[in-house]
Design a protein around this ligand. Sequence first.
Ligand SMILES: [Zn+2]
Length: 220
Amino acid sequence: MNRIAFLGPPGAGKGTQAEILSRELKIAHLSTGDLLRAAVAAQTPLGEQAKSIMAAGQLVPDPLVLEIVAERLRSLGPSNGFVLDGFPRTLAQAESLDGITPLDHVVAFEIPERVLLERLGARRQCPKCGSVYNLKTLPPREPGRCDRDGTELVLRNDDRPEALRTRLLAYHEQTMPLLAFYDRRGLLRRIDAVGEASTVATRVRAATADRPGPNARPHP
Ligand SMILES: [Zn+2]
């Protein structure tokens, strides 16, 4: 089975790699960021709650995120697997996830902070359709405009310097213990996340190839 989770700071390329891997393995790409933004856009009660928290550059609390992810995992039904992108982010989430599904691989994206800040500062998003661009690595065809709908691209609130510092701090405080947690279980695969997307994709493939974790068991 390919039940995979990606761990790494914002800007490490998890989203791009999850997209590539999910396409290759024909498995679901579950991005908590996308799921949350969809809830915000739809103005659901959950989305409204998440909106004010994200606007302050803070992490959405565990129970909220878990509710969204659990629902999505259940909706998958029998499948080849999934890539969790941006989840779990805390030890509490990892323990809760254990009660929903086992994992086969946990890929940790390793990247220097200097490279991260460079990448994130160049990120732009379409406020209409949510497409993400990067002025350096993935620019839109027409400068400043979305390829899909021509909407003017914006710097997301959580990519602004203040919010970035909060996110990186939160990452180090909350996510780093996860590395130890999954390492103890023999599931952790560390990869070098610096380089071209295709190069990193090769490393991700090698790290997740046919090596079921010790706690792998049939999906309920
Ligand atoms: Zn757009």
